[in-house]
Design a protein around this ligand. Structure first.
Ligand SMILES: Cc1ncc(C[n+]2csc(CCOP(=O)(O)OP(=O)(O)O)c2C)c(N)n1
Length: 323
């Protein structure tokens, strides 16, 4: 691989951070410590990791209901993420938003959302702002195949294209929207092909291959920064856990299908490839696994020890302070 060793280690570290954090959040949900919605990103870690590796803190990411991985990859510390899901004052949104409202403008994490689709328009709007301000910042939207049928997809892609806005659209095509197969809700499931119809640069990559995502995103972000306009990357992937914690599988997909995707685990595949190529060693990877296990344990202890928001502040941040 031509990617420097430090960057390979960083890609592995981010994927493991997301995986271990998600598995911990699932356990916390089962234990009743998290009471709001909790949609994990297990199986899809390569996408946020490969894309956000090219983003600066002043680039703006707009995310979805499945956004923990986007937040972590964009630079939200695990302590702030876990505390937010625990509803504590030290969370990135002060414990007021939970999983559906992870905001951290300091690192350019401009929000997860319980509403499917608007992130496409918000990223387009960010791109318009950056163009007006004549900066080289980039707006990025992460969204699932479920958002492709929303009018926001047409409006955002078309506007970004005709105005050459610095936006990167990342479609995480995991083949299902909750329990509805994309192949049922759309006759044409070729998202990159549909995007190309708007006239922007579009490509499909293996979303479980962090290097493929990293390379496609490198070109898309560079294109946006240099005034070359928007791109869409369709990342084919799969979520290996249930749609949201607390739900069952209910028969909408087969165990065989789930197992076949588990066998294509993005973290294990990257580790195998990097070690076989002699780019990384098992010892490198083990050290990172241990480092992240300690980091997540620290995040949980920090969150559990943090205070609840003061009830007297319940109306804070709802209205503007006035001119
Ligand atoms: C506008 C809107 N319609 C419907 C829903 C209900 N809903 C919540 S998650 C979800 C599935 C979204 O699927 P997708 O966008 O493919 O993302 P995934 O969950 O697969 O990551 C739906 C339909 C919603 N939240 N917002």
């Amino acid at each position: 691989m031509t990617i420097p060793t430090e960057q390979l280690l960083s890609l592995y570290r981010t994927m493991v951070r997301i995986r271990q954090c998600e598995e911990q959040l699932a356990r916390s949900y089962a234990a009743g410590t998290i009471t709001g919605a909790c949609h994990t990103y297990v199986g899809e870690e390569a996408i946020a990791t490969g894309v956000c590796a090219h983003l600066r803190h002043d680039d703006a990411v707009f995310s979805t209901h499945r956004g923990h991985g986007h937040a972590l990859a964009k630079g939200v510390p695990p302590r702030e993420l876990v505390a937010e899901l625990f509803g504590r004052e030290t969370g990135c949104s002060g414990g007021r938003g939970g999983s559906m409202h992870l905001f951290s403008p300091e690192v350019g994490m401009m929000g997860t959302s319980g509403i499917v689709g608007p992130c496409i328009l918000q990223a387009t709007g960010a791109g318009y702002s950056f163009q007006l301000l004549e900066t080289d910042q980039v707006g990025v939207a992460f969204f699932g195949d479920g958002a492709v049928g929303n009018g926001a997809f047409h409006e955002g892609l078309n506007l970004a294209t005709i105005w050459d806005l610095p936006v990167v659209f990342i479609c995480e095509n995991n083949m299902y929207a909750t329990e509805v197969a994309f192949a049922y809700s759309a006759r044409n499931t070729d998202v990159a092909g549909r995007a190309a119809g708007y006239g922007l640069h579009a490509q499909m990559v293996d979303g479980n291959d962090v290097i493929a995502v990293y390379e496609a995103a490198e070109a898309a972000v560079a294109r946006a920064r240099s005034g070359g306009g928007p791109s869409l990357i369709e990342c084919r992937t799969y979520r290996t856990r249930v749609h949201a914690e607390g739900m069952g599988e209910s028969g909408y997909r087969s165990q065989e299908e789930i197992d076949s995707w588990k066998a294509r685990d993005p973290i294990a595949a990257f580790a195998r490839r990097a070690v076989d190529a002699g780019d990384l060693t098992d010892a490198d990877l083990q050290a990172i696994d241990e480092e992240i296990t300690a980091e997540i344990a620290d995040a949980v202890a920090f969150a559990a020890d943090s205070p609840w928001p003061d009830p007297a502040t319940v109306a804070d941040h709802i209205y503007g302070e006035g001119a």
